[in-house]
Write a protein that binds this ligand. Structure first.
Ligand code: MGD
Ligand code: MGD
Ligand code: SF4
Ligand code: MO
Length: 834
């Protein structure tokens, strides 16, 4: 054995960042372990993290800049790559992008995807374009992130593992497969289950979570909001169990709503009014003389008949009986009732608990703890992509927010924990009318309305929306309809695979075909790089730097990624590449400026990047660390230490500010944008700018009957998107696991269709057709076929063998939510034996 050393670093085999230690022998990586000093990984890693060696040593890595020599593009056209020098590559890229920037910078489309270096998501803004062709965020959190931002300045969420006793998991893989940091959540979930926490999973497919639950509720895809509305009916009308004190003191549920759906305001002060049933008078919401603010009833105030927001909601809920919802979701009404009863009982409304909480200061966590008494709400609903990323995502998210708010469990021990995305935590500041200030866009300011729009994703029309490439597919297919007055000419992708990840592959292909120039900055060949003119190879995470602070649940601080060996090939750091291009094309000043703001260098002007120099990653990080931790620290200090993570307080961060129960802000924003767009006669759907949730059928319910099945796809714990299937060790395990193996179909359904395990079938939707092999299983809803993400990759890398699942997904206004930018990722199909 040669010389051995261990290097601390941070995993990047998924978007999170567990602390790792890496063994290097003779300049060869021979083992990756969890770093015992990292409070997230605590010395353990998930399978993806363990397999990182094979990412580094993947023989298919892009080893030097590549130039396409076959000008014809298509999945059946070999690009005929030739290796070129960095100098030649930069010359070509510079010439193309310079011309475009001089002509009209909006002609650039950008597709970023690096969650560990979020400032790369803003590079195109420095270039002069806001155009986004990455689907990241839009296909999972288009409405989720925005609504949590409006609720309490948040971005993501999870239930409280530590104190929860009853966890309802709807369309999410927390603790088992996906969503929040797997290593950490699997450990916390196991501890909670050992402690006796009950787990119920609502999922059309017997996911790992469902398999490990006390109860699995197989639901029809895209109908989860109806399940939740049915539960709410039971809470309000059958059990009459909800946290009245929380609703009155911490939300706007008592604010009076007029017939127009707006707050009824005091004529003089403009403050929203509530009804004081103690004195039978309307009073300003913050009037200290209020004896008992009313949640129910109807009152004549300021010349109109007004109702407390809670009553307005109760009136909506009235029609959502468990019987009515049962038909929609294909789950018995009695199950909805029983789950609602269990949830209400487990919530322990009115109870308190004394817990140890970390002491945080505005500068960050201190590491010290203190004891506090807090309301105790040990039941919560955890939900993510499967539950709410659908056509009606705004309404879905409102329903899920409501089921948690009703028992008053928001950011309380045992309850539902909303989190910020990075080192800043929740973005909480006082807003209007006693509420937290709505922050629909965590990462960048909202674009103002503008016609004609600048962005292909029509961001200017969507004040609470995500920058949604799904909307871009629609707009670029119908540019005149939306007033787009230019055509995109180039695409730059960075750590992103839009040709795979975008829905409606046919439309993605149309866009790619029309582009003059595609640059991909990647490490491996994939569906997107196949279309590139130039590929610039990045280092892998084991060869590069990053200061990781993304979306940590219980800890605040940073974890350092550093090279554990010298780069194996003729590769360069992705950020260095972006800076070099910015310099050559002539917008380095703007790019450095954005880095200053996004990485917080601007907090200490002496560390800000100057406009005229390319800074290497090491230099940027060294400055960042000094800004956060003081002048005498820096990169060398953190290389030894690995991380600065300390426990953070997640409980009751909103203090005395209220959170919305009635999302008056969403309604108001909808009214405003409708008014701004009216003069331009743009065909647009404003119907999801709602203050409260309700059920209405979506496109899945409207498809022709011949498409008799629902197709969905799911992540497995081996998968990071479709990405890790290219890691040979992961691939080997997946190949042995039948549920990663093909189109999963229920045994009874297969029998009725004359299909057997292993049969080749076609799967056809209104939009497209694919073929694949069926795996017959018991654990799936009889109307559903499910495919693991690993099998939705189909091209580019030798280890990939799957079907272009996304080519089945139609995109048109019918399938889009034009408030959030969400789309319907489930699809109605017919499945036939070939
Ligand atoms: N291990 C791992 N972790 C990850 C990622 C990863 O790829 N791998 N990706 C990250 C990203 S970007 C995201 S968006 C999240 C996604 O995190 P999750 O939302 O947890 O992941 P999904 O597998 O997309 O969906 C969760 C479950 O929803 C189910 N489902 C599908 N349709 C429906 C439906 O209509 N109703 C219900 N109730 N369930 C449905 C699927 O069967 C699946 O079991 O994970 C993040 N974390
Ligand atoms: N069929 C299907 N489509 C989906 C989803 C799904 O579950 N199924 N999920 C949707 C969701 S929620 C999301 S967020 C998106 C995710 O979509 P993407 O972010 O596009 O997904 P990835 O597969 O992670 O693609 C990232 C690409 O980055 C490259 N890469 C990996 N490591 C590095 C690196 O260190 N440097 C560089 N420069 N490149 C690297 C890999 O080649 C990989 O193909 O997909 C969406 N689309
Ligand atoms: S959860 Fe993500 S960051 Fe942690 S070990 Fe697994 S792949 Fe790596
Ligand atoms: Mo995602």
């Amino acid at each position: 054995m040669g010389k051995e050393r261990w290097v601390k670093s941070t995993c990047a085999m998924c978007l999170y960042g567990c602390g790792i230690r890496v063994r290097v022998e003779d300049e060869t990586v021979t083992k990756i372990e969890g770093d015992p000093d990292c409070p997230v990984s605590k010395g353990k890693l998930c399978p993806k993290g363990n397999s990182g060696i094979m990412r580094l040593y993947d023989p298919n890595r892009i080893k030097s800049p590549l130039k396409r020599t076959n000008p014809k593009k298509g999945f059946d056209e070999d690009p005929k790559w030739v290796e070129i020098s960095w100098e030649e590559a930069f010359d070509i890229v510079t010439e193309k992008l310079k011309k475009i920037r001089e002509e009209d910078p909006r002609q650039l489309l950008y597709a970023p995807g690096d969650f560990q270096r979020f400032y790369t998501w803003a590079w195109h803004i420095a270039f002069g374009s806001y155009n986004m062709l990455s689907i990241n965020g839009a296909s999972c959190g288009a409405a989720h992130h925005g609504l949590l931002g409006i609720l309490c300045g948040g971005f993501a969420d999870v239930n409280d593992f530590k104190y929860g006793n009853y966890w309802i998991q709807v369309g999410a893989g927390d603790g088992f497969d996906s969503h929040n940091t797997l290593t950490e959540c699997a450990r916390l979930m196991a501890d909670a289950r050992m402690r006796g926490m009950k787990l119920v999973t609502v999922d059309p497919y017997l996911s790992t979570s469902a398999a490990k639950s006390d109860e699995w509720i197989p639901i029809r895809p895209g109908t989860d909001r109806a399940f939740i509305m049915g539960m709410i009916y039971v809470l309000l009308f059958e059990l009459r169990t909800y946290d009245r004190d929380f609703l009155k003191r911490h939300t706007n549920a008592t604010y009076l709503i007029g017939p127009d759906g707006n707050y009824v305001r005091d004529k003089v002060t403009g403050k929203p009014l509530v009804w004081d049933s103690g004195t039978n008078k309307a009073k300003a919401y913050d009037d200290p003389s209020i004896k008992n603010s009313a949640l129910g009833g109807s009152y004549k105030v300021e010349g109109v008949v007004a109702k407390p927001a809670f009553q307005v909601f109760a009136d909506i809920v009235k029609t959502h009986t468990p019987e009515a919802m049962s038909e929609i979701i294909s789950v018995p009404a009695e199950t909805i009732r029983r789950i609602a009863r269990e949830y209400a009982a487990a919530s322990q409304i009115g109870s308190k608990i004394t817990v140890e909480v970390p002491i945080s200061t505005p500068a960050g966590a201190t590491g010290a703890m203190s004891k506090v008494e807090l309301p105790y709400r040990p039941a919560a609903v955890c939900y993510y992509r499967g539950a709410q990323s659908h056509k009606d995502a705004v309404l879905d998210n409102l329903a899920f927010i409501m089921i948690n708010l009703l028992v008053g469990n928001l950011n309380l021990p045992g309850g539902h924990i909303v989190l910020g995305a990075d080192w800043r935590g929740l973005l909480i500041s006082p807003g209007e009318d006693g509420l937290v200030k709505p922050e629909p866009h965590y990462f960048r300011p909202t674009l103002e309305f503008k016609y004609p729009p600048d962005t292909v994703q029509l961001e200017e029309f969507m004040p609470i929306g995500w920058y949604s490439a799904a909307v871009a597919l629609e707009a670029l297919s119908n540019p005149e309809k939306y007033g787009l007055e230019y055509e995109p000419k180039a695409l730059v992708t960075v750590h992103n695979n839009p040709m795979w990840g975008l829905p409606c592959t046919r439309k993605a292909v149309d866009i790619f075909k029309k582009l003059d120039f595609i640059l991909s900055i990647d490490i491996l060949p994939n569906e997107t790089t196949w279309w590139a003119d130039i590929i610039l190879p990045d280092h892998t995470y084991l060869e590069s730097y990053a200061l990781v602070d993304f979306n940590n649940i219980w800890f605040q601080g940073h974890s350092l990624r550093q090279p554990v060996i010298k780069p194996l090939y003729n590769t360069r750091d992705e950020v260095d590449i972006l800076s070099e291009i910015a310099m050559r094309v002539g917008f380095l000043d703007k790019w450095n400026d954005l880095i200053n703001v996004i990485t917080a260098l601007s907090l200490k002007p002496q560390y800000m990047l100057k406009p005229d120099r390319v800074y290497a990653m090491e230099e940027i990080l060294d400055r960042q660390i000094r800004v956060f931790y003081g002048d005498s620290y820096g990169l060398e200090w953190l290389k030894e230490k690995g991380n600065t993570l300390k426990p953070k307080n997640v409980y009751q961060p909103y203090g005395n500010l209220r959170v919305p129960f009635y999302f008056e802000y969403i309604k108001r924003v909808g009214d405003e944008i409708r008014e701004k767009m009216a003069p331009y006669n743009i065909e647009w759907d404003y119907s999801s700018y709602q203050p409260l949730p309700f059920w209405r059928p979506g496109p899945l319910e409207r498809e022709p009957e011949e498409y008799d099945m629902y197709a969905i796809n799911f992540r497995g714990n081996m998968m990071n998107f479709g990405d890790t299937i290219t890691v040979s060790w992961v691939k080997e395990i997946c190949d042995r696991n039948p549920v990663y193996g093909g189109i999963l179909m229920n045994k009874g359904t297969a029998k009725a269709k004359g299909i057997s395990d292993g049969d080749l079938v076609s799967m056809e939707s209104r939009e497209g057709k694919v073929t694949g092999r069926v795996r017959v299983i018991e654990g799936i809803h009889p109307e559903v076929v499910a495919i693991c993400t690993s099998r939705t990759r189909w091209h580019g890398h030798p280890l990939i063998e799957g079907m272009a699942f996304n080519s089945l997904i139609p995109i048109s206004p019918e399938y889009l939510d034009l408030a959030s930018g969400s789309f319907e990722p489930a699809v109605r199909v017919k499945v036939e034996k070939i």
